[in-house]
Design a protein around this ligand. Structure first.
Ligand code: HEC
Length: 427
């Protein structure tokens, strides 16, 4: 569509038509904002202004131009020369040019009859109407100042049969203090957080909780992260009798606040063909020396069976500088799967492979993280600190999550072969 329009504009300015076709909001800009911005830029979502109407957008025209020209918005950090990702929201050059031209010619509204039909949003949810909502029964009081330990909240589901989750969305109660939420599930009989009263927050560091971690996470929240909606035929298993466990990371904002977050779930209408599951390459034993501007940390796992990998979610904290995933095939061939050259802690993005592939048994998945603990890193909370693995943002993490899909009847216990090897070096 855009391409065609641009050809026409080129003709028009070449004098074939009476005058140049003006670039207008309704005709040219609104379709782009609708497709690429409204997900976050609308009331109740993470972004600072709405893009639902001309009136909302007009005061932000110059800022929008600056953000799209710099490719700051929409947020996306994958090196375009490595791999293809189905959820890459980046604007085409033609779309950027069109926005620039619109702003430079006074950001005219144009004719409302040129507008695309408005998109329908369910108020308060991005996954459609949830089948069930699990909410913190009592609010958590976040102090005005100081570090807040991770809070763990057990929410019984009351499910009497296995359920397959198609979509899950974690909604913070008060965005100003919720740094992130991870929603796990806990199987019946698990010893994890056994002493916790349902709904009552328990303060404790994350690490590996005694009794072992649960079977895994079903979803999470961090600013600007879209909710998890799985493609048709694919779902996450929520075993009957499970509880949800929320890991809440609150950060004081200078003002005391109360938060009551919730998790909305849409169940699959039919039994799935594939079960979605998460694995990771992770290293928890690094030490980043003070002022080191380029500290490398590696981790790897070897696949114990053929595994279909569908996405990647690199996770580091404020000193995270870059992250890379590689596959080393059984024949020794190495392929880079994702490269994030400029990691940004504020955007915990998932990169979904355009072409989901089966990696054969024996493939090594490697992760390489680079940390910047120098004073040149503007986000660095303290360049003089020796930094280790930990929960708080002034600690670090090195986790390369990767999403896989398996046969719904298969046990996820047999997916990884050897214990991971961890290594690090400073350059
Ligand atoms: C994934 C969510 C998301 C998407 C998609 C997104 N934004 Fe944003 N945007 C944000 C958030 C959150 C902020 C505030 C934090 C920041 O500035 O980094 C922001 C900030 C901005 C700002 C800066 C405001 C300022 O303070 O100067 C502009 C301009 C902007 N977005 C434009 C856009 C445009 C145009 C699009 C679509 C082409 C878009 N955004 C898509 C989440 C998003």
């Amino acid at each position: 569509m855009m391409k065609i329009f641009f050809c026409l504009t080129a003709f028009a300015t070449a004098g074939l038509f009476a005058g140049p076709t003006p670039v207008t909001y309704h005709k040219d800009v609104e379709p782009v904002l609708q497709a690429r911005c409204q997900g976050c830029h609308r009331p109740g979502e993470a972004a600072p202004f709405s893009t639902l109407s001309y009136k909302d957008v007009r005061p932000w025209a110059k800022a929008i131009k600056a953000a799209v020209v710099a490719r700051k918005m929409p947020p996306w950090f994958a090196d375009p020369s490595v791999g293809h990702f189905r959820n890459n929201p980046s604007l085409s050059q033609a779309e950027i040019d069109s926005i620039v031209k619109w702003v430079d010619t006074g950001a005219p509204e144009g004719d409302a009859k040129d507008a695309p039909p408005p998109r329908q949003y369910v108020e308060g949810w991005n996954i459609g109407n949830p089948d069930v909502v699990f909410e913190m029964p009592i609010p958590f009081e976040v102090p005005a100042e100081g570090a807040v330990a991770y809070q763990w909240i057990v929410l019984p589901t009351g499910l009497t049969e296995d359920k397959w989750i198609q979509g899950v969305e974690v909604r913070p109660g008060d965005r100003s203090v919720v740094h992130h939420v991870i929603a796990f599930y806990r199987r019946p009989g698990s010893k994890w957080l056994l002493d916790a009263q349902p709904g009552v927050p328990v303060a404790k560091a994350s690490g590996a909780p005694e009794g072992g971690m649960s079977d895994g996470a079903i979803g999470g929240y961090a600013p600007g992260i879209p909710p998890r909606v799985l493609s048709e035929g694919r779902a996450i298993l929520l075993p009957k009798g499970s509880d949800l466990v929320l890991q809440m990371h609150y950060t004081a904002s200078g003002k005391a606040a109360r938060d009551q977050s919730k998790v909305g779930v849409v169940f699959a209408r039919q039994p799935p063909r594939e079960r979605a599951f998460g694995l990771a390459v992770a290293n928890g034993r690094f030490v980043i020396p003070p002022k080191d501007g380029s500290h490398r940390v590696d981790a790897e796992v070897t696949l114990a069976s053929d595994v279909r990998i569908v996405d990647f979610t690199p996770h580091m904290h404020l000193r995270g500088k870059s992250f890379e995933y590689r596959a080393v095939f059984p024949d020794g061939r190495v392929e880079t799967l994702l490269r994030v050259p400029k990691y940004d802690f504020n955007w915990q993005l998932t990169y979904q492979l355009a072409e989901e592939r089966v990696f054969p048994k024996g493939t090594r998945i490697e992760g390489t993280a680079c940390f910047d603990n120098s004073p040149n890193n503007p986000s660095n909370p303290d360049p003089n600190a020796e930094v280790r693995f930990g929960d708080q943002t002034w600690d670090e993490m090195m986790v390369g999550f990767f999403g896989i899909v398996i046969d719904p009847g298969m046990s996820p216990g047999r997916l990884i072969e050897r214990p991971r090897r961890e290594s690090q070096s400073s350059e």
